[in-house]
Design a protein around this ligand. Structure first.
Ligand code: CO8
Length: 374
């Protein structure tokens, strides 16, 4: 027998450290100026390309990002390091990503008025996991005292929505009684803080969502999941080539292509129409008009992308009430962005109000969920 799935709780864990555009740009520019001085002759001979300078005003104008949170601030702004400094943990200590995931999961359980015994499936879905095995999800399952099963999922920026689709399907099929979908987005170790074009894009955060059957739901802020839809189309425009194979090749494991890199313009041009069409056709298939949407919890990569998508669909700019923005404070947090927006902006909705969560990013991957306030 199939039952209907609801989102009954959401948790948001925000790291304690923040880095403003100005701090980030000062550090990058100091590094770039030193690089250019040290390589002045080679640059003059055309053998080395000078590093261009970054600017806080460009970053805000091009992306809408003003600041970001990081799990560890130490090392990021140090021009002799330019990457976070994380402590090495023993195998019997809780891992960094599990620590973030547990904190978000506890908040989601509390919001849903649930405990470990109500959950039997844990999905940790995010852009990177810090190791291949044992799954971070199983570590989190054990720490929370959950009986059942757990697994990791990687779908870059659409990890959260794709994970939620798995959860909704499991609840509908009756193969699970309660699912935690957790997104510990520890992006800062993969950011190339020496790359002017991408050093500002990402921040760290963790989000978590409880999905359960409408029959067991006790939450007063729950949403019926009316429908989910996921799609992927292969693209090389956003890549990170670091992986276990790196150990067996003679490549430099720290070269720029091993870190996040993209053709940002191309991504912008290709993904905006795809996301707009995806949302529109998903809504249409459920007999819902764009005008019927009370809220759009959109992926938080770039403010101009979100404005373009809402303009295509609404014929005007969405207001901040309709399409809340969190990337000014959080930057791009990979798959967690739309879930942060959902976590912060759903309590004011009335019974029957409809909203859509939509992610888009590397892969390319696009995922959406249509929700109705219970
Ligand atoms: N400061 C000053 N000037 C700059 C800077 C800077 N920091 N960066 C670029 N410029 C310059 C450029 O050199 C260029 O100069 P010129 O015109 O002389 O050539 C000019 O500014 C304009 O450059 P762009 O055309 O590149 O600038 P855009 O307006 O396109 O803005 C963006 C750049 C903000 C990157 C924009 O293209 C964008 O946001 N694109 C979409 C990106 C996106 O959404 N990507 C998704 C990636 S995330 C994802 O899918 C998940 C990955 C997993 C997580 C990874 C974690 C590490």
């Amino acid at each position: 027998m199939t039952s209907s799935a609801v989102i009954s709780g959401v948790g948001l864990w925000t790291p304690q450290y923040q880095i403003s555009n100005e701090e980030l740009v000062d550090s990058y520019n100091a590094w770039a100026e030193r690089f250019n001085q040290n390589n002045a002759s080679a640059i003059e001979r055309g053998e080395v390309t000078a590093k261009p300078l970054s600017s806080a005003s460009f970053i805000e104008k091009a992306s809408g990002i003003k600041s970001r949170y990081v799990y560890s601030k130490e090392g990021v702004l140090d021009i002799d390091r330019m990457r976070p400094s994380l402590d090495v943990r023993d195998d019997d200590q809780v891992s960094h990503q599990a620590e973030m995931a547990i904190a978000a999961a506890q908040k989601a359980l509390q919001a849903a008025n649930k405990s470990a015994k109500d959950i039997d499936m844990v999905i940790v879905s995010c852009a990177y996991t810090q190791r291949s095995y044992p799954a971070v999800a199983i570590e989190v399952q054990s720490a929370l005292g959950i009986e059942g099963f757990a697994f990791d999922m990687l779908v870059a920026c659409s990890s959260a929505t794709f994970g939620l689709q798995r959860a909704v399907d499991a609840i509908k099929a009756g193969s699970s009684k309660g699912v935690l979908v957790i997104n510990p987005e520890l992006t800062s170790p993969q950011v190339n803080y020496r790359d002017r074009d991408s050093h500002f894009i990402f921040g760290d955060v963790a989000t978590a969502v409880v999905v359960e059957s409408s029959q067991t739901c006790q939450s007063t802020h729950a949403f019926d999941v009316l429908s989910t839809r996921c799609v992927t189309t292969y693209s090389n425009a956003i890549r990170s080539n670091f992986g276990y194979i790196t150990h067996a090749t003679d490549e430099d494991p720290y070269s720029a292509d091993k870190l996040f890199h993209q053709n940002g313009r191309k991504v912008f041009k290709e993904v905006c129409p795809m996301a707009a069409e995806h949302i529109e056709s998903h809504l249409l298939s459920e007999g819902i008009r764009v005008a019927d949407l009370k809220r759009w919890w959109l992926h938080q990569a770039n403010l101009n992308m979100n404005l373009l998508i809402s303009r295509r669909l609404l014929g005007r700019d969405a207001t901040k009430e309709e399409a809340p923005v969190v990337l000014d404070e959080y930057a791009n947090t990979a798959s967690a962005g739309s879930i942060i927006a959902f976590a912060k902006y759903h309590n004011d909705m009335s019974s029957g109000d409809i909203g859509v969560i939509c992610s888009f990013g590397a892969g390319y991957s696009i995922g959406s969920l249509i929700l109705r306030k219970r």
